[in-house]
Design a protein around this ligand. Structure first.
Ligand code: 13P
Ligand code: MG
Ligand code: MG
Length: 375
C-alpha cells in the first residue's frame, strides 16, 4: 500500500517570549491527533516541540499535499492558538499567515515536508525507518550543507560507495526568491555535485526541496524550503524548516546523515532572524533559553509497521552525551561570533535582514545622505 508521511510544524505561541509552547497547547495537539487517528484520517501521529514550534508527525494513505490532512493540521494549530491567546502567550498564532487556506497549507505559514512511497516491507525496503529534523530560530536553507554531505560526500557517507547507492542521488533545489511560485531544478550527484554546491552555498535563496535515489527512483528526503518573508511580505518569524529523511539500506544510515551536524555550522537566524549563528543539535522538546537565541535542530527517529503505525516508541538522536561536545562547540562558536556584536558577518547582510525595522532604520538614514560639495 502507499503510505504518506507528513510533518507540519508551526509556531502558534510560546511562554515567556519565543521559548516553547505550553503543555496545554501540546496536549490539545495530542488530543486532536488521537481524534483524527480514531476517525481514520490518520494511521498514526506524534507531537513534539523544538523551541517555540509544534511539530505534527503523521502517517496516512491520502498522498502529499492532501486538503483534509492539511486542514486538520491547520485546525489543530488554531486550537493551540486559542489556548495561547487565552493565557496571554507570546506570538499567539504567529505562523498562521492567512485567514483560512483553501487547501494545502504550504505557503500559508506552517512548514511542510511530505513523502509518499510504496510500503510493502519487501525489497528494496524490508524495513522502513525515517528521521524527522525540526529546526527553530533559523533560515530555510539550514539543512543545505548537512544533507548535501550526507547524500553526496563519501567523507560523511561511506555508504555511497556501496552498489545500492553508488549511482548517487538526485537533488531537487528550489529557488525560494521566485515570486511567481515554486521554481525548482533537478541536479544529479555525483556528476553535478559542484553545481549543486554552487546553489546550496546560498542558504537564504536556494534550498533542497527533495532528494531521490537514482538507483531506485525513490524519494529519500523532503524539506520545507520556503521563506515566510516572501509569503507575508514582512518579517513575521523565522522559517524554521522541517525535513523527513528515510534512512538505512538504499539510503544513508542515521550516523552518515547526522554526523555533518557535528559542525554546528553557521546559519542565518538567531535573534530577530537577523544574525549568523551556529546550528546546535538538541533533544526534542528543548526550549530556546540558552545563549543569545541559538538556532536549534532536533532529530527524531521512527520505524513504520506494516500497517503504517509508528514503532511503539521513537528515538531522539541528539539526546546522547556524544552530542554534548558538539553543543559546547556550538556555544564556543556562538561566543566568538557574538564578541563582534553587530559587525560584518555577525549579522545578515542588508538584503537578507529579516527584521524590517533594521532596514527602516538604515532607510531613514539613507535619506539624510548628501553628495559631498552639494550643500
Ligand atoms: P521564531 O520564528 O522562532 O518565532 O523566531 C523569530 C525571531 O525573530 C527570534 O528572535
Ligand atoms: Mg516564535
Ligand atoms: Mg520558531
Amino acid at each position: 500500500m502507499k503510505i504518506t508521511l507528513s510533518v507540519i510544524k508551526a509556531d502558534v505561541g510560546s511562554i515567556g517570549g519565543h521559548t516553547k509552547p505550553s503543555e496545554r497547547m501540546l496536549q490539545a495537539a495530542r488530543d486532536e491527533i488521537a481524534g483524527a487517528t480514531d476517525a481514520g484520517l490518520l494511521i498514526d501521529g506524534f507531537v513534539s516541540h523544538t523551541g517555540d514550534d509544534i511539530a505534527l508527525v503523521m502517517s496516512h494513505t491520502r498522498g502529499e499535499g492532501e486538503t483534509e490532512i492539511h486542514q486538520f493540521a491547520w485546525n489543530t494549530f488554531l486550537k493551540a492558538t486559542d489556548i495561547a491567546r487565552a493565557y496571554g502567550l507570546y506570538g499567539a498564532g504567529q505562523d498562521l499567515l492567512v485567514d483560512a487556506p483553501s487547501g494545502n497549507v504550504r505557503g500559508a505559514g506552517p512548514a511542510v515536508a511530505e513523502i509518499e512511497f510504496e510500503h510493502s516491507l519487501e525489497k528494496p525496503r524490508p524495513a522502513e525507518s525515517f528521521m524527522v529534523l525540526a529546526a527553530d530560530k533559523c533560515g530555510p536553507g539550514a539543512y543545505n550543507l548537512p544533507l548535501f554531505l550526507g547524500f553526496a560526500d563519501p567523507m560523511y557517507c561511506a555508504g555511497l560507495m556501496l552498489p545500492q547507492m553508488i549511482k548517487g542521488f538526485r537533488f531537487r533545489v528550489i529557488d525560494m526568491d521566485n515570486p511567481k511560485g515554486d521554481s525548482t531544478v533537478e541536479l544529479d550527484a555525483p556528476e553535478e555535485a559542484y553545481h549543486i554546491a554552487a546553489l546550496l552555498r546560498d542558504n537564504e535563496r536556494f534550498g533542497i526541496d527533495a532528494i531521490f535515489s537514482r538507483t531506485h527512483e525513490a524519494k529519500a528526503a523532503a524539506v520545507s524550503a520556503q521563506r515566510l518573508h516572501s509569503i507575508a511580505g514582512t518579517y513575521t518569524g523565522k522559517d524554521d524548516p522541517v525535513a523527513i529523511v528515510r534512512n538505512q539500506g538504499i539510503f544513508p544510515a542515521p550516523e552518515e546523515l547526522i554526523s555533518p551536524f557535528a559542525k554546528a555550522h553557521y546559519v542565518g537566524g538567531d535573534a530577530r532572524g537577523s544574525h549568523n549563528m551556529p546550528l546546535m543539535p538538541v533533544p526534542i522538546n528543548t526550549p530556546v533559553t540558552g545563549l543569545y537565541c541559538l538556532p536549534l535542530v532536533s532529530c527524531l527517529g521512527f520505524s513504520l509497521a506494516k500497517d503504517g503505525h509508528f514503532s511503539e516508541s521513537h528515538v531522539d538522536f541528539f539526546d546522547n552525551p556524544a552530542w554534548d561536545e558538539v553543543r559546547l562547540q556550538a556555544q564556543r562558536k556562538a561566543i566568538e561570533m557574538r564578541s563582534q556584536g553587530w559587525s560584518g558577518p555577525a549579522m545578515l547582510p542588508y538584503s537578507e535582514l529579516e527584521y524590517g525595522g533594521f532596514r527602516d532604520t538604515v532607510g531613514g538614514l539613507l535619506a539624510r545622505f548628501e553628495l559631498k560639495g552639494s550643500g
